[in-house]
Design a binder for this molecule. Sequence first.
Ligand code: HEC
Length: 139
Amino acid sequence: MNTLSSLKRNALIAMIAGFSLASPVVAQDVTEGEALYLNHCADCHGVAVDGNGSLANAMIMKPKNLRLLAQQNDGVFPMLTVIKRIDGRDPLVSHGSPMPVFGQYFEGDDTALKTASGQPVMTSRSIADLVAYLQEQQQ
Ligand code: HEC
């Protein structure tokens, strides 16, 4: 094989690898994610995902505006952190955060998602759908 065609081949491989990193391993269902969000998160984080839920006024530690997650992380949606916050693996949640741990509610149907770095992370399908919805709400 001459140099030019092997260069082309490498470029093609890089392209394919790039595409597969950009897409999740399974299809995520944004509509399902929205329904889950409205049921489990909106009371605190707000129907508009801006942190102004109906319970927010009564809380000492305010819920966060979840539309700013990417903006506050150099423009990259912090997928791993978000998943860990929801399923309770984030130590912040188990140590005094007023936010409930949802791990048990969303268990089952294990699913792998890829983070921005390409690192796969295991989670449940429900959380995968929720994350897809939150990702769509980023400003
Ligand atoms: C009872 C109120 C309440 C509910 C319900 C709730 N949260 Fe929270 N959440 C909070 C509070 C308060 C904080 C901020 C304090 C903290 O970081 O622990 C927070 C923080 C977060 C953070 C971290 C944001 C950041 O900028 O670090 C994420 C992500 C999050 N919530 C997602 C969710 C999702 C998704 C749901 C639904 C599955 C949910 N929350 C349900 C109260 C709630």
